[in-house]
Design a protein around this ligand. Structure first.
Ligand SMILES: Nc1nc2c(ncn2[C@@H]2O[C@H](COP(=O)(O)OP(=O)(O)OP(=O)(O)O)[C@@H](O)[C@H]2O)c(=O)[nH]1
Ligand SMILES: [Zn+2]
Length: 201
């Protein structure tokens, strides 16, 4: 079956980082509603700043300090606003694809001493169950020629490249480390190859 998206509605959303056009997509791959927030004219453009953000109810909505998601979401919108154009793709891949219920169970295992990777495995999941074909289809729909990806996660870059997206460079997006998120950030760097705690150039 050919993977397909439908751009069902577009509407302006004024934010503290300026106005974005929200594109709401349905698709035939999963039963989720994925969203792109678009700033400026990206059609046919290269070097478009793009953030592919995975849903995190606790971080994005509640401002939880256990992870860096809420802060990265804010920083990404700030980066795109400063560039004057760009896209934030909000993928409904809560808990790196294991869902909110399992992520909350994983938090309890983490509070008993496991790290974020081992907690997923203990629950019978992979450390990271995400894939990015919907992001590739959204970038196609928006007719972007090439991107600068706002991420610290090299897997997002290689996944997009495999989908045929030209990634010109990476834009780092580092939240402040503090006592509530430091173990989480260290595990990302050590076990998931995230480009964190890099010496500043
Ligand atoms: N399973 C699990 N998921 C988590 C945990 N903490 C955060 N998450 C999820 O991890 C995902 C983080 O998404 P992103 O910030 O887009 O991606 P990333 O892999 O951290 O890479 P960056 O682009 O560098 O931010 C979200 O879906 C969160 O819900 C955790 O302890 N366990
Ligand atoms: Zn989070």
């Amino acid at each position: 079956m050919k993977q397909q998206l439908k751009n069902l509605v577009q509407t302006p959303i004024p934010t503290k980082h300026g106005e974005f056009i929200l594109h709401y997509y349905s698709n035939n791959i999963d039963d989720k509603e994925h969203i792109a927030l678009v700033k400026g004219d990206v059609t046919g453009k290269s070097h478009v700043p793009v953030r592919i953000h995975s849903e995190c109810f606790t971080g994005d909505v509640l401002g939880s300090r256990r992870c860096d998601c809420g802060e990265q979401l804010d920083l990404a919108l700030q980066i795109i606003n400063a560039a004057g154009f760009g896209i934030l793709i909000y993928l409904r891949q809560e808990g790196r694809g294991i869902g909110l219920l399992n992520k909350l169970r994983a938090y309890n295992l983490q509070d008993q001493g496991m790290d974020t990777v081992d907690a997923n495995i203990e629950l019978g999941h992979l450390a990271d169950e995400r894939e990015y074909s919907i992001a590739g289809l959204i970038l196609d729909d928006l007719q972007v020629s090439s991107v600068e990806l706002i991420t610290n996660n090299p897997k997002k870059i290689t996944s997009l490249e495999k989908l045929g997206v030209l990634v010109e460079k990476r834009i780092p997006v580092e939240a402040l480390a503090h006592s509530d998120n430091i173990d989480y950030l260290k595990t990302k760097a050590k076990k998931m190859a995230h480009l964190l705690f890099q010496p500043k150039k």
